[in-house]
Design a protein around this ligand. Structure first.
Ligand SMILES: Nc1nc2c(ncn2[C@@H]2O[C@H](COP(=O)(O)OP(=O)(O)OP(=O)(O)O)[C@@H](O)[C@H]2O)c(=O)[nH]1
Ligand SMILES: [Mg+2]
Length: 475
């Protein structure tokens, strides 16, 4: 049998810090650390205990005071023997500690190797392991809370439940295949149909959370568009509360897109200010306009900024049509009537009713900072609309989304092939669209296979390498 190596890496971020932690994992983890340790013998220490001692550098001289925390297999993150060594966080100490560990018998860990070992030793399934990466990367409260829900394995539990129902269906069909000679039907057609419809609905519901889920994880992309001088850059600055973009009364001030992020109530919003939309012969401005429309396609939310003059001249309607042509189907449109500070208050309601159809409309003043809070609330509400309260039911990972889409197509094909009538599956009696039991079973296998790749009950080495290589070393 191939000997499993003992790996080591610094698990804290690169650079100087108050404390740095080296992680050592593998069958010989405790023995190796003991070789360079002065203090109470670690080899005799109980699991989940911490010990203060001195650790040697690669030259055999004492390097630093260290705290070693011992975890015995299998009750550790990786499922192997693990020692976590905390030392003072100078880069010199970190380097020396690693060299010392390697000299004593460790090998350097590959990126993601600790989590990979946790997966191999069944401490985590694939979806949970990926959630660990998300949790490390999370930069907002919302993204962190999403990742936590998935690390806890509740998402995996949903997927496994779906897969189990499919396996139950498959076994009914297999039974029928076995007895097909005798023209017996074990698999009650209406039961199969109900089960498949139910599972398909759940799969589709999960898949539908992806766009919003991704926006919550990575930040909600919000494109601010409108005609030149509508006040787009002023709105960007008002939202960010500092002068990020140049504001001037010269139309066509913003040429390229200007981006920045904003944290509101734990949500990251990625704001994109764009060049004003108009017909122009200026080639540079035109490039900017094309870029603006491209950002509309990528955005979850587009804020169309307009003014009283544009509304009265019918320009807003024209813009709204142009924007909808570029929006993706699951994104939203907010139309904001800007420069409300220059409009008599009592005429605003009438102007608002003249705005084109949108997911939300409101009057604001970017310059005076009026109604900006309402706008941000609308952005967050629209971006998270339709997301289930249970965060473990939200798909944030593109690989999971692809798997769910594959399962959905397979189930749709299966349903299309299930006879409506009560005729036996193998009989000639049902309509032309109905599939034979083997073909139905084939679609079912495809759906099961797709769902299994999410939690990793079926994986290939290539898939694993791709997933874990995205981790950083020491994780
Ligand atoms: N009174 C008033 N003026 C505003 C408001 N918002 C913007 N402005 C003014 O409108 C002018 C244009 O503002 P910008 O923010 O540069 O407009 P823009 O849409 O970014 O323009 P381009 O970059 O040229 O497309 C500036 O003089 C702003 O001060 C507002 O709410 N009220
Ligand atoms: Mg501008």
């Amino acid at each position: 049998m191939e000997q499993v190596s003992t790996i080591c890496a610094i698990s804290t971020p690169p650079g100087r810090g108050g404390i740095a932690v080296a992680r050592v994992s593998g069958p010989r983890a405790i023995d190796i650390v003991q070789k360079i340790w002065h203090g109470k013998p670690l080899t005799q220490a109980a699991t989940h205990t911490a010990h203060l001692g001195t650790i040697d550098g690669a030259d055999g001289e004492p390097l630093d005071t260290a705290l070693s925390t011992i975890f015995h297999a299998p009750a550790s993150f990786t499922g192997e023997n693990v020692v976590e060594i905390s030392v003072h966080g100078s880069t010199y100490i970190q380097q020396q500690l690693l060299r010392s560990l390697i000299k004593a018998g460790c090998v350097m860990a590959e990126p993601g190797e600790f989590t990979r070992r946790a997966f191999i030793n069944r401490r985590l399934d694939l979806a949970e392991a990926e959630a660990v990466a998300d949790m490390i990367a999370a930069s907002s409260k919302a993204a962190h809370s999403l990742a936590i829900a998935q690390v806890k394995g509740r998402f995996s539990a949903h997927i496994d439940k779906l897969r189990d129902s499919l396996i139950e269906m498959a076994s009914l069909l297999e039974l029928e295949l076995d007895f097909s000679e005798e023209d017996v039907t074990f698999a009650d057609r209406s039961h199969l149909r109900a089960l498949a419809t139910d599972i398909l609905a759940t799969v589709n519901r999960l898949a539908a959370t992806f766009a919003s889920g991704q926006a919550v994880r990575d930040g909600i992309p919000v494109a601010i568009v409108g005609r030149p001088n509508a006040g787009k850059s002023s709105l960007l600055n008002a939202l960010l509360q500092y002068d990020r973009a140049i504001v001037s009364d010269i139309p066509g001030t913003t040429r390229d897109t200007v981006e920045d992020t904003l944290d509101i109530n734990g949500h990251t919003i990625r704001l994109i200010d764009t060049a004003g939309l108009r017909n122009t012969d200026d080639p540079i401005e035109n490039l900017g306009i094309q870029r603006a429309l491209g950002r509309v396609t990528d955005a979850r939310i587009t804020v169309l900024l307009t003014t009283q003059e544009e509304v009265t001249e019918g320009l807003t309607e024209e813009l709204a049509v142009q924007i909808r042509e570029h929006q993706s189907c699951d994104s939203s449109l907010i139309i904001a009537l800007n420069k409300a500070d220059t409009i008599p208050l009592d005429t605003i309601p009438a102007l608002l009713t003249r705005l084109p159809q949108a997911d939300a409309t409101l009057a604001i003043s970017a310059k005076k900072g009026v109604n900006i809070d309402t706008l941000t609330q609308q952005i967050i509400d629209l971006a998270t609309a339709g997301l289930p309260d249970d965060e473990s039911l939200i798909v944030t990972n593109a690989r999971h989304h692809t798997a769910l889409t594959t399962a959905s197509s397979a189930l749709t094909a299966l349903l299309a092939g299930l006879p409506q009538s009560e005729a036996p599956l193998q009989s000639e009696a049902f309509g032309e669209t109905a599939l034979t039991t083997d073909l139905l079973a084939e679609h079912l296998r495809e759906a099961i296979q797709a769902l299994s790749t999410i939690t990793g009950s079926i994986t290939t080495d290539t898939l694993l390498s791709t997933i874990f290589s995205k981790f950083c070393i020491g994780k």
